[in-house]
Design a protein around this ligand. Structure first.
Ligand code: NCD
Ligand code: ZN
Length: 348
């Protein structure tokens, strides 16, 4: 039942998630699998996922880390320019998409593509088009930090034009200009994170430096945040929620060469509910966190339902497992919505 103090999300989906490996995987996977019905899992672990063997083994490790939760990890492989049609055909049923990282633009992208020249990418992208495998892209250049996404837009445009049947997902869009391009081509889609909806560059370095809000693409101007909010709050059919929750060890963030990535898995649904409620748009939340992604990726919804209630949730200082410690966004702050229960549709 939905009233002003309670809200139910059906089959929540996180369409951009970093689960890492080993003890970090064991720490963070349950923080997603408890509340989400499925998530698109990024392949930028070390070494990145580029073979079927590595993919199946990673899937198994994820499932073990999620214990008994009803959760479906949707895996991706790391784009390589030498993937053959036969390889992609063989792996197609095991993956939801292929993720393309330009070389060196973000965490663990050292084996990313060296050139975004369409003709270099063409053989693999044509195979993906034929096999109907979507392409997820980290769309940034190596230019000035605030302009990297904007500078990448002509590349998105040429991909959209050259491969009209390829579904291209502009990951974690962070700027107003990206929205204009998204609306121009039928085969472009986008994910939006919680942090790009909630933060600007002021939250990273406008006061004291906050490493826990530092990510790629970096959060931008108030006008960008407002434009992204407008798009998400109306649940535009080409956008879906993708947290880009990217955990790093506390010490790897709080140091002189801190890693990029904001950890949001355990707070995402609460923050989104608060944002949509405050803007009088709760009726669009299910589309943003589930329905749109179901349509874009042809996913079958599960019966999993999350009930949120308007009750304070104090965000923990950190989450720990063995030697791993991760600090979430909004640590030690109080959110006005909390998760009350996880049920199957039939139980209500
Ligand atoms: C991500 C990570 O840590 O893996 N970091 C980030 O700042 N978003 C990689 C990525 O999605 O760019
Ligand atoms: Zn990411």
């Amino acid at each position: 039942m939905n009233n002003k103090n309670s809200f139910i999300i059906d089959s929540p989906l996180d369409m951009h998630l970093h689960l890492r490996d080993d003890d970090m995987l064991k720490l963070v996977a349950p923080l997603t699998s408890k509340y989400f019905s499925a998530a698109l899992v990024m392949p930028n672990i070390i070494p990145p996922i580029t073979t079927k063997e590595a993919l199946l083994s990673y899937k198994q490790r994820i499932k073990e880390a999620c214990k008994n939760d009803s959760f479906s990890p949707q895996l991706t492989i790391f784009f390589q320019t030498d993937y053959s049609y036969e390889f992609l055909k063989d792996i197609k049923d095991e993956i939801i998409a292929v993720k393309l990282y330009p070389f060196g633009v973000t965490t663990n992208s050292e084996t990313g593509v060296a050139s975004m020249d369409v003709d270099i990418l063409r053989p693999v992208l044509e195979s993906m088009e034929k096999l109907e495998i979507p392409l997820c892209v980290h769309g940034e250049t190596k230019g000035f930090i605030m302009d990297r996404e904007k500078e990448f837009l002509p590349i998105y445009e040429s991909l959209a034009i050259n491969f009209p049947k390829l579904k291209i997902i502009m990951e974690h869009i962070s700027s107003e200009e990206s929205i204009t391009l998204l609306e121009k081509y039928d085969n472009l889609y986008a994910t939006i994170t919680v942090h790009h909806l909630m933060l600007t560059l002021d939250d990273v370095l406008g006061g004291m430096l906050n490493p826990h809000t530092f990510c790629k693409p970096v959060v931008k101007k108030p006008t960008d945040k407002e434009a992204l909010r407008k798009l998400a709050l109306c649940a535009h059919e080409k956008v879906m929620f993708g947290s880009d929750s990217a955990p790093h060890q506390k010490e790897a963030k709080e140091c002189h060469d801190g890693a990029a990535g904001v950890f949001t898995s355990p707070i995402a649904l609460q923050v989104l509910t608060q944002l949509f409620e405050e803007n009088g748009k709760l009726e669009n939340l299910n589309a943003f966190v589930s329905l749109n992604a179901q349509k874009i990726y042809n996913l079958i919804p599960t019966k999993k339902q999350i009930e949120l209630i308007k009750e304070d949730f104090r965000v923990p200082q950190s989450y720990q497992y063995k030697n791993e410690e991760v600090v979430p966004l909004f640590a030690e702050q109080t959110l006005s919505w909390s998760i009350k229960s996880v049920k199957d549709k039939d139980d209500y």
